[in-house]
Design a protein around this ligand. Structure first.
Ligand SMILES: CCCCCCCCCCCCCCCCCCC/C=C/C(=O)SCCNC(=O)CCNC(=O)[C@H](O)C(C)(C)COP(=O)(O)OP(=O)(O)OC[C@H]1O[C@@H](n2cnc3c(N)ncnc32)[C@H](O)[C@@H]1OP(=O)(O)O
Ligand SMILES: Cc1cc2nc3c(=O)[nH]c(=O)nc-3n(C[C@H](O)[C@H](O)[C@H](O)COP(=O)(O)OP(=O)(O)OC[C@H]3O[C@@H](n4cnc5c(N)ncnc54)[C@H](O)[C@@H]3O)c2cc1C
Length: 609
């Protein structure tokens, strides 16, 4: 499809989905499922995942009563317009202004520079009638920082932009199809007025007289919508990883190369240890991200209930966990999808393998809802704060509880003696805890050598990100282990999940061996025992690998991959797909008479001479 066709088709699908949701009707969970089967980014994502939650989280009761019924019936369509041309990560650096005018009781929204243009919001370019806009609030000449406002963008009769608004699509993005179904947009305000009651005022307020009343709760609650989406992105990472792994695993069982003496049957590529060493950790990651996603959903629900009761104690941890796990799982999944493409050899590069589009549509997850490095730095700040409070009497809780055992973890030596010890959950956990704590403490020690903490932080950014990742990996490993300790129906299933859990943990040890050795969390002998155990786990997973991806229960239609077909009938179907290509509509291609024939004839003539 052309971009215009793709966009229009996405409108058609979205509206059809909305109709089904209402007619059947579907529950929230079922609607989410439908979103996955729709399988295309579109304006509904931003309306339901960001616009509505922003009003719910930051609006007053009156604002919710006014706007939510309209939004819930989709009589207005909204998006989340925060990022600008000049600033995305640095939210405090946004330039759009919302200046209160006490004469008219309105805010005047303005884009003072080109870099202040809103740039990127999904659904903004062509669809949304409304947006939650983030702008600097100015009253009486004083800048109070960034706040949210509900703004109507387009005329409800003919969809034209309201006077004072310039709006459009930012253009084609990475890949063919992929995220191009979405109208990511730009927007400029030219002294555009909105009534005062359209500032989202649950947190801070502006009175009729123009007095600014600051929030009596943490101002970071304004970032709540991002926290909520980051949480869902972790579960989505598992879905995307599982999809790529399903394709690569099934195809690896079909594909044969080498290994036959005198013309016998060749080896299935899945039997090569190198293939297993690249593939099975990704299979394990798909499961691991699902379990940590379930746990994160619980954590998010818990913090939301606490916030409603004005208990803000766990907010920093919820922020660190959602930011860190969003970052870690999306980076691993993007890399994993690309690895799956390579695991499928040349055919993985074909569009009909399903992997190129999956990669193109998935990879912006490393950037949207917070650049992955910027988010890990938030985790690092949280860790540095936690380390600095050790010994102050305030015991670290939740995912940093292990830091409360700093004395032991800083000096303990791993008691792994034989390969099977690497299947002991307590030993594995302690290894990850020791590595994470030692990396965090080493950063904190290095930071303390700087007179200026911020300057030290800047200098140590790369080390801090590594420490943050180590902490996030510990969370994933520990939640996998907790899952195994819970009720799992069927001993066989439990055994398979155990194998995957230890593959996940041991492959991380192998991948980050430098961290584990340099922090003395393990010795090189213990590292080689881990490798030995990993190879043995691969052998145990091998006979069940295809069943473990079949368990994701993806239909062929959803996978959209010739290589990942359930029936394994890959080669005839590759031919079928090839023959569908428009280039094969004619035997002699368009352009032959114009370019190829004259070229060949010229050679023939010169040959005769
Ligand atoms: C084959 C075809 C396949 C098709 C398949 C399709 C499948 C697709 C499936 C997908 C399904 C749908 C996916 C979901 C939809 C997603 C749509 C995405 C659309 C994207 C939207 C966006 O991107 S919106 C814009 C997002 N922007 C950002 O994330 C900006 C990042 N920056 C920030 O968040 C912040 O600025 C910051 C955190 C980096 C820094 O903030 P600030 O400068 O204010 O703070 P400080 O650093 O000074 O910190 C102050 C203090 O506050 C703490 N803090 C910061 N943030 C928070 C928070 N959120 N909550 C709580 N506390 C917070 C910070 O830690 C500091 O604490 P201290 O104690 O003072 O240290
Ligand atoms: C597909 C897609 C959809 C989007 N949808 C929306 C939307 O609906 N609404 C919306 O408001 N926004 C949206 N965005 C914007 C998105 O949220 C931002 O692009 C994202 O937050 C990253 O910000 P940035 O572009 O400013 O990156 P930058 O911050 O400019 O990042 C550039 C580089 O600088 C590095 N960097 C930046 N700051 C630091 C630092 N402090 N320390 C170390 N390194 C740093 C980053 O790691 C990165 O390598 C979308 C983006 C994409 C790609």
């Amino acid at each position: 499809m052309t971009r215009k066709e793709l966009f229009k088709n996405t409108l058609r699908k979205s509206v059809h989905a909305w109709k089904l949701i209402n007619e059947l009707p579907l529950s929230d969970d079922e609607s989410l499922m439908l979103r996955h089967f729709m399988d295309q980014p579109g304006f509904l994502d931003l309306h339901w995942r960001m616009f509505v939650p922003a009003i719910k989280g930051q609006g007053t009761e009156e604002q919710k009563q006014k706007w939510l019924p309209l939004a819930n019936k989709m009589q207005i369509i909204g998006c989340y317009a925060q990022t600008e041309l000049g600033h995305g990560s640095n939210v405090q650096g946004l330039e759009t202004t919302a200046t209160f005018d006490p004469q008219t009781d309105q805010f005047i929204l303005h884009s003072p520079t080109q870099t202040s243009s809103k740039w990127w919001p999904g659904g903004l370019g062509k669809v949304s009638t409304h947006a939650v806009i983030y702008a600097r609030l100015i009253t009486d000449g004083k800048d109070h920082g960034v706040h949210g406002f509900i703004v109507q963008l387009r005329n409800m009769d003919d969809h034209s932009p309201l006077p004072g608004i310039t709006i459009g699509d930012i253009g084609v993005k990475f890949g063919n199809g992929a995220y191009n179904s979405m109208d990511n947009g730009f927007l400029m305000f030219d002294k555009f007025c909105i009534p005062r009651d359209q500032m989202l005022m649950r947190l801070s307020k502006v009175t009729r007289e123009g007095k600014y009343v600051p929030s009596d709760v943490p101002r970071q609650l304004m970032y709540g919508t991002m926290v909520s989406v980051r949480q869902t992105i972790v579960s989505n990472a598992s879905i995307a990883m599982a999809r790529a792994v399903c394709i690569a695993t099934r195809y690896s069982a079909v594909r044969r190369q080498f290994g036959s003496q005198n013309g016998g049957i060749e080896t299935q590529v899945i039997d090569y240890k190198t293939q297993q060493n690249r593939l099975f950790p990704l299979l394990a990651s798909a499961y691991a991200f699902r379990f940590v996603g379930e746990w994160l959903k619980w954590l998010y629900t818990d913090v939301t209930q606490r916030l409603e009761a004005s208990d803000f104690a766990t907010l920093p941890e919820a922020h660190a966990c959602t930011a860190g796990l969003k970052s870690m799982t999306t980076s691993a999944t993007s890399d994993g999808i690309e690895e799956c493409r390579k695991l499928c050899g040349g055919h993985g590069y074909l569009w009909c393998s399903g992997l190129p589009e999956l990669f193109a549509v998935y990879v912006p997850a490393c950037t949207y809802e917070g650049d992955n490095v910027v988010l890990q730095l938030q985790v690092a700040r949280f860790l540095m704060k936690t380390v600095s409070q050790l010994g102050s009497g305030k015991a670290p809780a939740g995912t940093t509880a292990y830091m409360g055992r700093a004395k032991h973890l800083l000096q303990c030596r791993s008691s792994i003696r034989k390969a099977e010890d690497w299947l002991n959950p307590a030993m594995v956990l302690e290894t990850f805890e020791a590595r994470a704590l030692r990396m965090a403490v080493s950063c904190a020690n290095n930071l303390s050598k700087f007179e200026n903490q911020e300057q030290g932080f800047s200098e140590l950014l790369a080390d801090l990100v590594e420490a943050a990742i180590a902490h996030c990996q510990l969370i994933v490993v520990s939640k996998f282990i907790v899952k195994l300790e819970g009720e799992i129906k069927g001993k066989g299933v439990k055994n398979q999940l155990k194998n995957l859990c230890y593959i996940y943990a041991l492959h991380l040890i192998h991948k980050h061996l430098g961290d584990f050795l340099s922090t003395n969390s393990i010795t090189s002998e213990q590292a080689s025992l881990a490798n030995h155990q990993l190879r043995s786990l691969y052998t145990q997973v091998r006979p069940n690998a295809v069943a473990l991806v079949d368990a994701f229960d993806y239909t062929d239609h959803y996978l959209g991959s010739v290589l990942g077909r359930y029936d394994g009938n890959v080669y005839p179907k590759l031919f079928e797909e090839a023959l569908k290509d428009p280039l094969n509509d004619t035997v002699v291609p368009d352009g032959y008479h114009e370019y190829i024939r004259p070229l060949i004839k010229q050679h023939l003539r010169s040959a005769r001479l």
